[in-house]
Write a protein that binds this ligand. Sequence first.
Ligand code: C5P
Length: 220
Amino acid sequence: AQPVIVAIDGPSGTGKSSTSKAVAAQLGLSYLDTGAQYRAITWWMVSNGIDIEDPTAIAAVAGKPEIVSGTDPADPTITVDGTDVAGPIRTQEVTSKVSAVSAVPEVRTRITDLQRSLAASAERGIVVEGRDIGTTVLPDADLKIFLTASPEARAARRSGELKGADVHSTREALIKRDEADSSRKTSPLAKADDAVEVDTTELTLAQVIECVVTLVGEKR
Ligand code: C5P
């Protein structure tokens, strides 16, 4: 069979990662979390004292860190210059700075090249999740999904069991990040014209997975 390429885009907290990993595992495909790559380069910038308010400084060193993503959906690893950064890229500090770093065109070119070569080398195909996969990175993907959900549902999912003020501040931070990602000049978060939009607000994770698996089946 021909390799199948699936692009899954959408804002934070819509279930992109859980859905993408499960679909890839179920169909025996590779998996790539492109948000983890932007987080990894952001972690490197922060660790090396680069001023993230200074796009010129970021652009000057965008080619320096070596970012390697493992594409097994059961064990999606991420390293920077050989160091496992799976934990450190999820801190609040990295989360609050990633939108500024990922808006720099030199950063996007660098990371987009990595994404395309990983997609091209996936023998059975790949599920790639992000913000600009269907529009920019893999415009010829066999299937494009755009996941959405209400801000309330997204904040609740992100903050897990936390209650009260935490859900509120999570919601504010999430909306701010989506606005930054949607309004940047270079490949903003956007639904591709030929993407299938799935509103996950009232759906369980199992239902979203089933929906995407069915759509992939129709394309094969
Ligand atoms: O998916 P995740 O929330 O981990 O993504 C972190 C950040 O990485 C996003 O808020 C966005 O700034 C950036 N990103 C991007 N393009 C992608 C994937 C993520 O700019 N394809």
